[in-house]
Design a protein around this ligand. Structure first.
Ligand SMILES: [Zn+2]
Length: 484
């Protein structure tokens, strides 16, 4: 049983501790405070279906750690938190986490390619355009075989859930059947997901064996996929479609415009790659005479909650356009090390008010753990600040370094705000998507056990990087992973 004060036996020093739901100060510069809940969330008054007693660690804002000791959390039948407050002596809970364990919000992967799951780690020594042609397109083409696809999804989805990824924003392949089966797999395993059939029809930049036969065919297939995924979800809200032009080089003008219209007609979110590499950024400039961001806006694809993967090479003007439209970036630090030709300046864009989540970009990134991605985000920001040339000028990009709390915020609430879902934070009215971590157990051997000199801040830093074993995962109020 957890009791008040027990948490501090690990020399617990609470860095920032506020009662649940209290307005928190923003430590940055211009970012608006506090996420806004939907009407549905605000009216969440469903009776409590079950309860959990646990100590919570979370990041309600960048650079802000909130530690809520020994909370009693009621979860309604609607999957939302109905009550959350310090435990009293009279409280009974259905589940009481061990006193050493920590409950964190579920992790949100805002950019992942489901069909690339089998190729993790391969070909990461070649440029993007070669990697696509030599490795990725031949593999993705195999997903015309739906049985093969189902075999991959049966490995992918549970593996992500076991790593605490409660929401994933998937690119599927171009195949509607395989895409529908991915949505079914997410539904079956209980993962919140946005699932996008990839649209691509460009006669030069995509191989003949793996492309939509025409712009019209691509638009029709995307429309049919939207309808199929909505039917699979049956209004539950767990699995949603997302319109997915692969990236501008892979699409003709007609396809891009048609998908922009489809987004307008259906209200479905959009995801695509944007200014990922110098080659991609330069290609769009050559073809349209404007940047990737501007070109996407011109065809109606830069919309509220549009997820722009990477965006390493966007200008300040691009960023401001994205902010204006309500779009944001899926930052993929490890993948950018291989294919980005640069480091995305998180700190600058975050302070300007750009929505931002974190992504693994499997398999451009070979690791599917979002906690590992948090560590990579910090690492790459430090390289951006300090430079990479030995003996080089280290004062060129001051202020770029981010802390683990900011990385974890991107992996949780930042991602939720980018996607427009009420997850990413444990508070009354929000979806109960959560992960329990036992710091005293480290099955993967990624870190030594935590030390008794660790205070809350140190414990959080190490947990957010991958220390400790994930023992339970809940999505939509339902426990979907439980350690043996
Ligand atoms: Zn990608």
């Amino acid at each position: 049983m957890i009791s008040q004060g027990q948490f501090s036996k690990c020399n617990g020093h609470i860095i920032t501790s506020f009662p649940a739901n209290q307005e928190l100060p923003w430590i940055g510069t211009t970012r608006p405070a506090s996420p806004v809940l939907s009407q549905a969330a605000m009216s969440a008054d469903a009776p409590t279906a079950h309860s959990i007693r646990a100590t919570v660690m979370q990041t309600p804002l960048p650079s802000t750690l909130e530690v809520l000791t020994d909370q009693w959390i009621g979860v309604g039948r609607d999957g939302r938190i109905s009550e959350m407050r310090p435990t009293t002596a009279a409280d009974l809970a259905d589940i009481t986490l061990p006193s050493s364990s920590v409950l964190v919000p579920g992790l949100i992967d805002t950019h992942i390619h489901a069909p690339q799951w089998p190729q993790r780690g391969a070909g990461l020594d070649v440029p993007l355009e070669r990697w696509l042609q030599d490795y990725t397109f031949p593999l993705e083409a195999r997903f015309s075989d739906t049985a093969f696809a189902e075999e991959v999804w049966a490995s992918l989805v549970p593996s992500l859930l076991a790593e605490g990824t409660t929401t994933a924003t998937y690119y599927s392949s171009i195949h509607p059947e395989a895409t529908a089966s991915l949505a079914v797999a997410c539904q079956t395993h209980g993962q919140r997901a946005m699932v996008g059939r990839v649209a691509m029809d460009h006669p030069t930049n995509t191989p003949e064996y793996y492309r939509d036969p025409s712009a019209a065919a691509g638009i029709d297939a995307s429309r049919a996929s939207v309808e199929a995924i909505r039917a699979i979800d049956e209004g539950r809200g767990l699995v949603s479609p997302i319109i997915t032009p692969r990236f501008i080089p892979a699409c003709t003008d007609d396809l891009l415009r048609g998908l922009g219209s489809l987004a307008e007609q259906t209200g479905v979110r959009v995801q695509t790659h944007c200014s990922e590499s110098i080659w991609e950024h330069g290609y769009v400039l050559d073809r349209f005479g404007v940047t990737d961001t501007e070109a996407l806006d011109d065809v109606g694809l830069l919309r509220n909650h549009t997820v722009l993967a990477h965006s390493v090479h966007i200008s300040d003007r691009d960023r401001d356009r994205a902010i204006e439209r309500g779009a944001g970036v899926a930052h993929c630090p490890l993948s950018n090390s291989y294919f980005g030709d640069g480091v995305f300046p998180v700190s600058e864009h975050l302070n300007a008010g750009l929505r931002m989540g974190l992504g693994t970009d499997v398999a451009g990134g070979p690791e599917h753990s979002m906690r590992a991605s948090c560590g990579h985000a910090v690492t790459s920001s430090r390289m951006l600040e300090a430079g990479v040339e030995p003996g080089g000028d280290q004062s060129l990009r001051p202020g770029q370094r981010i802390d683990l709390m900011t990385a974890f915020w991107m992996a949780t609430l930042g991602g939720a705000e980018l996607l427009g879902i009420d997850a990413g934070l444990l508070a009354v009215g929000r979806l109960f998507d959560a992960v329990a971590i036992d710091p005293t157990s480290d099955a993967a051997g990624r870190f030594d056990q935590l030390l008794d000199i660790d205070d809350d801040h140190r414990r959080f830093d190490r947990l957010a990087r991958g220390a400790g074993s994930i023992t339970n995962v809940w999505v939509d109020g339902v426990m979907v992973v439980r350690a043996d």
